[in-house]
Ligand binder design. Structure first.
Ligand SMILES: C[S@@+](CC[C@H](N)C(=O)[O-])C[C@H]1O[C@@H](n2cnc3c(N)ncnc32)[C@H](O)[C@@H]1O
Length: 206
């Protein structure tokens, strides 16, 4: 645990000393999009305008971690580190092995797991269950059927009971049918400076 991040939630401090090496990976992102557009959900990585907004909405307590699902080339991860999240408190899950390898190489100290976010309880060490400050979802959930969306909600709930998750999206309205999923929904940020313009939603179990 990092004792310097003393106070309770939202313990943002000065920029972290190591934000990882430059993201790069644009060609990798494009290649993966060409290989599986539905899994990627986007042609280009999120903009700095969007990733800064996500970082601002992300909180962690003294003994908590942040979980990022679908990290891609690590642009959101970098914004979190820049906001002061210690690398060892960031657990990222990425399903594409090549992208996970890129994350390991460029984000020293960050816990990178190659795996499917739908099996999240198996990917996060058990002693950290219930100690997730914020879970952030980059997976294109909007493209999935309701039963899979429900499975995702349950997977997050298992490691972060009652806390819900942030989801960034290009949809103008809620990308998830939140009532059917027993969630409350709030759009917490929007930026036109992303391709396409994007919002950040917070979903919490009702
Ligand atoms: C829209 S991209 C977001 C990438 C990056 N976070 C960004 O903001 O640019 C979606 C990412 O989710 C990953 N992904 C898709 N389904 C996944 C799953 N079930 N588990 C983990 N990662 C997944 C994709 O491989 C891709 O890297």
């Amino acid at each position: 645990m990092d004792g310097s991040l003393g106070t309770a939630r939202s313990t943002k401090r000065d920029a972290a000393p190591d934000r990882g090496r430059p993201a790069g990976g644009f060609a990798l992102f494009l290649k993966r999009w060409a290989a599986n557009p539905l899994q990627m959900g986007s042609v280009v990585p999120s903009s700095s305008s969007l990733t800064r907004r996500i970082a601002r909405l992300t909180t962690w307590g003294e003994d908590e971690i942040v979980v990022e699902l679908g990290a891609g080339t690590g642009v959101v991860s970098r914004a979190l580190l820049a906001a002061g999240l210690p690398p060892e408190r960031l657990h990222v899950v990425e399903i594409v092995p090549e992208m996970a390898e890129h994350l390991r190489e460029t984000l020293p100290g960050v816990r990178v797991v190659t795996g499917d976010a739908f099996t999240l309880p198996d990917l996060i060490p058990r002693h950290l269950h219930g100690r997730v400050g914020t879970a952030i979802c980059g997976i294109p959930l909007v493209l999935l059927p309701l039963d899979q969306q429900r499975r995702f909600v349950q997977a997050v709930e298992a490691v972060s009971p009652g806390r819900g998750f942030l989801l960034y999206t290009y949809c103008i309205t809620s990308p998830l049918p939140y009532r059917a999923l027993d969630l409350s929904a709030k759009r917490e940020a929007w930026t036109p400076l992303n391709l396409p313009p994007a919002s950040v939603w917070r979903y919490v179990p009702r």
